[in-house]
Design a protein around this ligand. Structure first.
Ligand SMILES: Cc1cc2nc3c(=O)[nH]c(=O)nc-3n(C[C@H](O)[C@H](O)[C@H](O)COP(=O)(O)OP(=O)(O)OC[C@H]3O[C@@H](n4cnc5c(N)ncnc54)[C@H](O)[C@@H]3O)c2cc1C
Length: 271
């Protein structure tokens, strides 16, 4: 069983502040962490390795400092870490990010068959939940999103059965591997690192792949490959309390008019 887990380095949002002048994130001094959903995705991949044997490869696209999260993943038990880093990747939106990640997974699978690709349900900074589906679409792998548990994984016939969260409850779905899974946080409880893995992590040097290692099309990278335009970023206004309207039977019409005006201020109520 070979799983590839996509890890994203994100700012620790519990520490993030918004600059009220510019309405942008104040990143200075904000610690970086592994996107929490991705840690659960990694845990799930490690559990499959514990059960079936095999390998877990972790990948991240980001600047050199993103290597940190690969080392942490090795400390949890991942076997190999690949950092996708190149100046031309900077400014990538979800389209360009999923292009680079999918090309890296393609390269990995040419060397060693990949059974499952794991992503988090979403990143806590960008929050789009588009990268996992983007990878699946590009690799033409079946996509299983919002996964709460892997019910069964059959290495004989190459199928995986999962429980996924849907609006009305849960759904059990089965598909062929290789597939892309995006993990919810309640999929598992993350393990504590073992001492041997921590020692391995301390000495580990991730593999680094840039544009030329992946045979990428320049125009699909970074800013030039990113059609998304950020028009505005702002912190939503804090809402304070509410207004209680008491119903007085003697003033029913008046109260209803008042309420309708509150809810739909533009409506003119005929007399
Ligand atoms: C015009 C534009 C410019 C941008 N420039 C930058 C920039 O310079 N630097 C920057 O950091 N962001 C930049 N962004 C943000 C960037 O688009 C997103 O951070 C990135 O594409 C991932 O989207 P997301 O955060 O919504 O991830 P989601 O789709 O919510 O993530 C889902 C899952 O995909 C995987 N994943 C996502 N991103 C990565 C990654 N990089 N490596 C490995 N796995 C990943 C993880 O498993 C994650 O849980 C820019 C966005 C736009 C629109």
């Amino acid at each position: 069983m070979h799983s590839v887990v996509c890890l994203k380095q994100v700012p620790d949002v519990t520490e993030v502040k918004i600059d009220p002048e510019t309405n942008t994130l104040v990143r200075v001094g904000v610690p970086s962490i592994t996107n929490p959903y991705d840690v659960n995705a990694l845990e799930e991949a490690l559990r499959l390795k514990d059960k079936f044997g095999g390998k877990v490869t972790v990948i991240t696209m980001g600047p050199q400092m993103a290597e940190e999260i690969l080392n942490k993943a090795v400390g949890m038990g991942a076997d190999e870490g690949i950092l996708l880093s190149d100046r031309s990747f900077a400014g990538a939106d979800t389209l360009a990010t999923s292009y680079v990640l999918s090309m890296a997974i393609k390269k990995i699978s040419e060397k060693e068959k990949v059974d499952l690709v794991f992503c988090g349900k979403q990143a806590i900074d960008g929050d789009t939940a588009q990268v996992g589906p983007g990878i699946a679409a590009r690799l033409n792998y079946p996509l299983l999103t919002y996964i709460n548990s892997i019910e069964d994984c059959n290495t004989e016939n190459g199928s995986v059965k999962v429980k996924r969260k849907v609006k009305s409850g849960y759904e059990i779905t089965e598909t062929k591997m290789p597939a892309v899974i995006t993990a919810n946080r309640d999929i598992n409880q993350v393990r504590y690192e073992s001492l041997p893995d921590l020692i391995k992590a301390a000495r580990y040097k991730a593999i680094v792949w840039g544009k030329n290692d992946l045979n990428l099309e320049e125009k699909r990278l970074g800013l030039s490959g990113s059609p998304t335009m950020v028009r505005d970023i702002f912190a939503p206004e804090e809402k304070h309390g509410g207004e209680k309207i008491y119903f007085d039977e003697n003033k029913a019409d008046e109260t209803i008019d008042y309420l309708i005006n509150k809810l739909v201020p533009s409506v003119i109520i005929p007399n």
